[in-house]
Design a protein around this ligand. Structure first.
Ligand SMILES: [Ca+2]
Length: 132
C-alpha cells in the first residue's frame, strides 16, 4: 500500500513537483537549476515514499537569498520539520517521521545575491532524497 496521503493537485503554487516514488530516491532542485531561480516563486515539492519508509532529505547545493527566500519542510500532516532555511551554509539533513515530506520554497519580489563576497554564486539549491 503506497497511497498518497495528500493529493498532488495543490492550488496556489507556481512550481515544484509531486512525486510518488517507488525506487531508491531522487533529486529536487530550484527551478532552472543550475541557473538562478526566479523571483516570486511559491513552490511545493511533495515526495511520497513507499509505505513504512522514512524520507531523508540532504541538500547538495544551497545558495538561498538570506533575507527573503525560504525553504521549509513539513511532514504529511503539515507539521513543521524544519523551518525557514536560507543563506549559504548547507543545512543538516532533514528526516521525515513518515513516508511523506513536503518542501515549500518561496522567493520574494527581488533576487539579489546577498552572499559574501557579494559576487558569489548564483541563488539556487538542490537536494537528494533517500528512503530509510
Ligand atoms: Ca529573493
Amino acid at each position: 500500500m503506497d497511497t498518497p496521503i495528500v493529493p498532488c493537485n495543490v492550488t496556489g503554487v507556481n512550481c515544484g513537483s509531486c512525486k510518488n516514488v517507488t525506487d531508491d530516491g531522487g533529486t529536487i532542485e530550484s527551478p532552472h537549476f543550475p541557473e538562478p531561480y526566479d523571483s516570486n516563486l511559491n513552490c511545493l515539492y511533495t515526495i511520497n515514499a513507499p509505505y513504512e519508509k522514512k524520507i531523508k532529505l540532504s541538500f547538495t547545493e544551497f545558495k538561498v537569498e538570506k533575507c527573503c527566500d525560504f525553504i521549509t519542510v513539513f511532514d504529511e500532516l503539515a507539521n513543521l520539520i524544519q523551518s525557514s532555511l536560507n543563506g549559504s551554509d548547507t543545512p543538516m539533513a532533514v528526516t521525515s517521521p513518515s513516508n511523506q515530506m513536503t518542501i515549500k520554497f518561496t522567493s520574494n519580489v527581488d533576487n539579489i545575491t546577498r552572499f559574501d563576497p557579494p559576487a558569489g554564486p548564483a541563488t539556487r539549491w538542490q537536494a537528494t532524497y533517500t528512503f530509510m
